[in-house]
Write a protein that binds this ligand. Structure first.
Ligand code: N2P
Length: 361
C-alpha cells in the first residue's frame, strides 16, 4: 500500500497527472505532415498536439456539422469549407493572433476567396491536383509502350481498365472529385451542378467499377509503393510520396504522377477553427506556427504538396518547387478546373449515385 502511495507521489512529481498541460486538438488528412513539426510546436509553445487523421471530406463534414467535435483546428477542402462556413461551423480567424499572415501567397488566397470571401475563416495549408499515379513499367507491360498514362482514358476507358485490373487499380473514394473528372472525360462541365448532367457519368463509372480493386483514399500510397497496384486515381503529393517510398525501399518500382491532358481538379485544403473549438487561442498559435515560412516549407518538402505560403518558397527543396507536378507552370494551371459545393438536394443525389457505382465493384 505504502509503495503504491509512493509511486503515485513520484508520478505526480514527474508531472504525469498535471492537469494543466495545454492541448490543441488537430484533425488533418492522413499522410499530410512531417510529425517533427508537431514536436517542434510543443517545444516552442509548451502546448501538446493531439493529432487525429481522416481521408475524406465527407467524414470531416459529418463531425463538424454534428457539432462538439472537440477539434481546435481542422482542414477541409475549399468547396466543403464554403458549405460549412454557410452552416456556421467555423469561427472567424483573429488575424491579430496570426502575425505570420503576411507570409501567405496572394495568388492562392485570391483563388480560395471563391470559397471564403475575404479569407475570413481559413488560411491555406496545402493545395494540389487530382490525377493519375502509375507504376510505369507495369502499366506498359499491360497496355504497351504507348499506354495513355497522361490521359483520363487510362482510367475511364473500360478497355484499358479491363487489362489494368490484372495489376490493380485504386480510385479515390471521393465522389466530388471523381464525378467531375468523369464529366470532363465525356466533355461536360466538371463543375456541373444539376443532377441531369451529373448522372451522365453513371454509365462511364459503372462500366469501369468491376475493374476497380478498391475505391479508397489513402491505402494507395503504400499499395503503389509496394507494387501491389499499378494505377491510382489520386492526389498529387500522395503519388509522389509513393514514388519516394518505392525509391527508398529500392524495390524496382517506378512511380509517376500525371496531370491528365484533359485537365484536372485543383483543390485547396484550408486550416480553420470550429465554432465550438475548446481552445481557440491554441488553434491560432498552431495555425500561426504552420504559417511560419520555414515550417510551411518543411511541411511541403515532406509531403510533396504545394502550399499557399509565398515566404516559404525560398526554403523549398528543388525537387518540390522545381517539379511541375507540384508547382505547375502557367500553361498547366490554365488547364486546371475548380469546383463548387453541391446544394443539399444535388448532394443527396450524388451520394446515392456514388453508392450505386461502388456497389458494382
Ligand atoms: C493527403 C491528402 C490530402 C489531399 N494525404 C486531399 N485534399
Amino acid at each position: 500500500m505504502k509503495r503504491t502511495m509512493l509511486s503515485v507521489a513520484a508520478l505526480i512529481a514527474a508531472g504525469a497527472f498535471s492537469a494543466s498541460a495545454e492541448e490543441v486538438h488537430v484533425y488533418n488528412w492522413s499522410d499530410y505532415i512531417d510529425e517533427e513539426l508537431l514536436t517542434k510546436f510543443k517545444d516552442e509553445t509548451g502546448i501538446d498536439v493531439v493529432y487525429d487523421v481522416f481521408d475524406s471530406n465527407e467524414i470531416l463534414e459529418t463531425k463538424l456539422l454534428a457539432g462538439g467535435s472537440g477539434y481546435d483546428v481542422v482542414v477541409p477542402t475549399g468547396s466543403f469549407l464554403q458549405r460549412q462556413i454557410q452552416a456556421g461551423a467555423f469561427q472567424k480567424l483573429d488575424k491579430a493572433q496570426l502575425p505570420n499572415i503576411g507570409n501567405m501567397w496572394d495568388v492562392i488566397a485570391d483563388r480560395v476567396s471563391k470559397y471564403d470571401p475575404g479569407n475570413e475563416y481559413a488560411v491555406n495549408y496545402m493545395w494540389g491536383t487530382t490525377g493519375i499515379g502509375v507504376n510505369i513499367n507495369k502499366v506498359k507491360e499491360v497496355l504497351g509502350d504507348d499506354a495513355p498514362v497522361g490521359s483520363l482514358a487510362l482510367v475511364f476507358d473500360p478497355a484499358n481498365m479491363e487489362k489494368l485490373a490484372s495489376c490493380g487499380v485504386h480510385i479515390l473514394d471521393a465522389p466530388t472529385e471523381i464525378i467531375p473528372a468523369a464529366l470532363r472525360y465525356i466533355g461536360e462541365d466538371p463543375d456541373a451542378q444539376d443532377l441531369e448532367t451529373i448522372e451522365k457519368v453513371e454509365p462511364v463509372l459503372t462500366a469501369i467499377a468491376p475493374y476497380v480493386q478498391k475505391f479508397h483514399s489513402s491505402e494507395y500510397i503504400n499499395a503503389l509503393a509496394n507494387g501491389d497496384i499499378c494505377v491510382a486515381f489520386g492526389w498529387s503529393g500522395d503519388v509522389l510520396m509513393a514514388r519516394d517510398r518505392a525509391a527508398e525501399a529500392d524495390n524496382g518500382v517506378e512511380i509517376e504522377y500525371h496531370i491528365p491532358k484533359e485537365g484536372a481538379l485543383m483543390w485547396f485544403d484550408q486550416l480553420a477553427v470550429p465554432v465550438d473549438a475548446p481552445n481557440p487561442s491554441a488553434a491560432h498559435k498552431f495555425i500561426n506556427f504552420m504559417m511560419d515560412a520555414q515550417n510551411a516549407a518543411a511541411a511541403s518538402n515532406y509531403v510533396y504538396y504545394a502550399n499557399g505560403n509565398k515566404a516559404s518558397q525560398e526554403f523549398l527543396n528543388e525537387d518540390v518547387i522545381g517539379d511541375g507536378a507540384i508547382y505547375p507552370d502557367e500553361e498547366t494551371t490554365s488547364n486546371l478546373y475548380t469546383t463548387s459545393p453541391y446544394d443539399p438536394k444535388v448532394n443527396r443525389g450524388v451520394t446515392r449515385l456514388w453508392t450505386k457505382i461502388k456497389s458494382g465493384t
